[in-house]
Design a protein around this ligand. Structure first.
Ligand SMILES: [Fe+2]
Length: 239
């Protein structure tokens, strides 16, 4: 089973057609009512310690992500015109969706992507040669890129996400979105293909880091799955 899903593949999920794509459970429809399902974490809840603690991971996945999936399914069931739409279709038309669908479709996609962006510290690795070169071309060094990414994370007021994307010009860019929006949405200020994202909601870090978002943003690098990010980059520059 494929353990890493590219942003492209995730964005292209076609609800009733594709089989299991995201780790142990499918993120796509498995029943006649085309409901979305919660994907399992691709590692144990304590696998990201000490950067991200087990209790945070458990609550984040089992309660928060599950709530996005459940609320999305409920909203779609109550909106017949949207039933059967893929996640990609929903994101691409986010600006015209009821807010409950936009928020929870985004929440489901963002978290599915996030789990796949992380890995135990011993397996974090490093960017591929191609990605390392692109980062160096854009920011001068990996450390300089990390500093800019952190700036996007600390600069986001309230809840949201920080992203590393590949733009339509094939270049890397750092951006941030509010709430559960993402760069695949038609409403995004800066659009592109995400290859890395970090959850800036307090539910992602508050138990361990309290109000110290900057410390969480620093610890995040310990558990970035550079293999996944590099694979996504390789896919994205083909587009
Ligand atoms: Fe979250």
């Amino acid at each position: 089973m494929k353990s890493v899903i590219s942003a492209t593949a995730l964005a292209l999920l076609i609800t009733p057609v594709l089989p299991t794509i995201v780790c142990a459970q499918s993120s796509v429809a498995t029943s006649a009512d085309a409901a979305f399902t919660l994907p399992a974490l691709p590692y144990a809840a304590n696998a990201l310690e000490p950067a991200i603690d087990a209790e945070t991971m458990t609550i984040h996945h089992d309660r928060h992500h599950k709530a996005y999936v459940d609320t999305l399914n409920k909203a779609l069931n109550e909106t017949p015109a949207l039933k059967g739409k893929s996640l990609a279709e929903l994101l691409a038309s986010a600006g015209s969706l009821p807010m409950v669908v936009r928020n929870n479709a985004g929440g489901h996609w963002n978290h599915s992507f996030f789990w796949q962006s992380l890995t135990p510290p011993a397996q974090s690795g490093k960017p591929s040669a191609a990605l390392a070169k692109a980062i160096a071309d854009q920011w001068g060094s990996l450390d300089a890129f990390k500093a800019e990414f952190k700036k996007a994370g600390t600069g986001r007021f309230g809840s949201g996400w920080a992203w590393l994307i590949v733009g339509k010009d094939g270049k890397l860019a750092i951006t941030s979105t509010p709430n559960q929006d993402n760069p695949l949405m038609d409403v995004a200020e800066v659009k592109g293909t995400p290859i890395l994202g970090n959850d800036l909601w307090e539910h992602a870090y508050y138990l361990k880091y309290q109000n110290k978002r900057a410390d969480y943003l620093d610890a995040f690098w310990q558990v970035v799955n550079w293999k996944a990010v590099s694979d996504r980059y390789a896919e994205a520059i083909k587009m």
